[in-house]
Design a protein around this ligand. Structure first.
Ligand SMILES: [Zn+2]
Length: 281
């Protein structure tokens, strides 16, 4: 059997703060974001240290709102050799915007990141994997904006997102853009979400390790993993007025995530989206 350590996988981080997440958007308005205690700068710097310790390069999908407030952080991510990509500006789901609003939001974040770093930004991830059946036009918009790849679809059934019958592996779309879906595993007659985030915090590490290994052996495709800086921050302010379901999803196992992440970095081999999927401008 092939040594699993020789498979190169993509490590990705969606750079946003705890008050940006979609699960809280019914209780926190964007105009109030500046009133919350910012955590994203410190948390992302902790991640940079963890990646440096394990000699791992990652793709950071940065929210434009964060980049405007923490330009030095974004420059530091870039300086350390990671890939900077876009997560849009204001963390609005693509599926809740019309085409003009979507283009304006994404362009604002792309232009800002490019001005900051002096290089082309070629990757995009929609908030909450919100490109799907109702807004397939978004791919043509991304192509027009100059993106080369997107990682904005999740082929699972979920209450907030999901395109269960769309491709499960990286593919070239008719709009001439590469889409890299979040990984799923075919098991028990279903497509099980194994991409990271809340599931990574929920599952014991041994289960994650088993699922990733099984994916690599079964599918022979690179695996990609996503999470957020607030997921290693057990000290973040608690939002008590969120729904029980949202609180469960957001706060479960925060204090164990950093340790699990270190094991994941050790047990598999990682690099950026560009590198793993051979994407060039
Ligand atoms: Zn996000």
């Amino acid at each position: 059997m092939q040594d699993i350590k020789t498979c190169l996988n993509a490590m990705t981080v969606d750079v946003e703060d705890f008050f940006h997440v979609s699960a809280f958007d019914s209780i926190i308005k964007p105009e109030d974001w500046d009133q919350y205690q910012p955590r994203v700068d410190n948390n992302t710097r902790r991640l940079l240290d963890i990646f440096a310790k394990h000699n791992v390069k990652s793709t950071f999908f940065v929210l434009g709102w964060v980049a405007e407030r923490y330009p030095e952080l974004i420059k530091e991510i870039h300086r350390q050799g990671h890939e900077v990509a876009s997560h849009g500006y204001a963390h609005r789901r693509a599926s809740e915007q019309n085409e003009q609003e979507f283009i304006a939001d994404v362009r604002r974040s792309k232009d800002h990141l490019q001005d900051l770093l002096g290089e082309e930004i070629i990757g995009y991830r929609a908030p909450s994997f919100s490109i799907g059946y109702t807004n397939e036009w978004a791919f043509a918009a991304l192509k027009d904006l100059g993106f080369v790849y997107s990682s904005s679809t999740y082929p699972v059934k979920h209450d907030l997102y999901g395109t269960p019958d769309w491709p499960r592996f990286a593919y070239q779309r008719k709009e001439d853009i590469t889409e890299i879906p979040i990984p799923t595993l075919k098991m028990w007659g279903k497509q099980v979400p194994i991409g990271g985030g809340g599931y990574f915090r929920l599952y014991p590490y041994a289960l994650t390790r088993y699922l990733v290994k099984k994916y690599l052996e079964q599918e022979k495709q690179p695996y990609s993993f996503y999470f957020h800086p607030w997921e290693i921050d057990a000290e973040q302010p608690k939002l008590t007025n969120a729904s029980a379901k949202s609180r469960f999803r957001h706060y479960i196992n925060l204090k164990h995530t950093e340790g699990k992440l270190e094991r994941l970095l050790q047990d598999f081999s990682w690099s950026t989206m560009r590198d793993v999927y051979g994407i060039s401008t």
